[in-house]
Design a protein around this ligand. Structure first.
Ligand SMILES: Cc1cc2nc3c(=O)[nH]c(=O)nc-3n(C[C@H](O)[C@H](O)[C@H](O)COP(=O)(O)O)c2cc1C
Length: 200
């Protein structure tokens, strides 16, 4: 599986969390191509053909960004607007991304209790819904999103722990089938619980 890793952080040099994760994923040797998109397009003038070519050449697209104002960073929004064109990503002949996986990774500054989905709160998967719908439109497989709360206050060790877990998951082909993957994971976790309780 060829994996394209696109990082949309406005200043990756000054970043802590996203820079650590990018390094961990690169060092894993599992990523085919890893890119810092803000570094490539400081003027926001995206080379559409180049971006489309990268997409065509890979099977799984990882999109990584820090959550800003409950949303994506501005260059990521523009990247979607510019690159996912009619008759490329959607339209009657727009099936170029069909069957590829979209994997979101995001760092969230707020705490989990403020993302519980209740009342005036929203959950992270709810906030990422536009990307899930984009994946649907492009006939891509939307993998279960990976995210970490408390991104500004947590320790480097915690950040690295998340990164280590994600390195394990990142090339797992089952993640392309979100429902099956979640069911299997839930099942194996339940088996562990049964074993711990001596009920197996
Ligand atoms: C302009 C801006 C907007 C932000 N908006 C949010 C937000 O809506 N919700 C949230 O939980 N954190 C928010 N944060 C915190 C960032 O998500 C956090 O700083 C980032 O994930 C840390 O990653 P980094 O170390 O790679 O920069 C915001 C930060 C900035 C700079």
């Amino acid at each position: 599986m060829k994996i394209l890793h696109l990082v949309f952080h406005p200043d990756l040099k000054e970043s802590r969390v996203n820079r650590i994760w990018k390094e961990q994923l690169e060092e894993s040797g599992k990523i085919t191509t890893s890119r810092d998109i803000y570094l490539e397009y400081p003027d926001f003038q995206i080379d559409i053909e180049k971006e489309q070519q990268f997409l065509l050449e890979h099977d799984r697209i990882i999109i990584q960004f820090p959550m800003y104002w409950w949303s994506v960073t501005p260059l990521l929004k523009k990247w979607f607007d510019d690159v996912l064109q009619y008759q490329f990503a959607y339209g009657n002949k727009g099936d170029k991304l069909k069957g590829k996986d979209m994997q979101i990774i995001t760092s969230v500054g707020g705490q989990a209790k403020n993302y519980n989905g209740f009342h005036m709160f929203a959950s992270v998967p709810e906030l990422l819904k536009p990307m899930q719908l984009t994946a649907n439109l492009a006939k891509m497989n939307y993998a279960q999103p990976l995210y970490m709360f408390n991104a500004d206050a947590c320790s480097d060790e915690e950040v690295k722990k998340f990164g280590e877990n994600w390195v394990e998951l990142i090339d797992d082909p089952r993640r392309g089938d979100g429902l099956k993957y979640t069911n299997e994971k839930l099942h194996s976790e339940l088996i562990d619980v049964y074993q711990q309780l001596g009920l197996d």
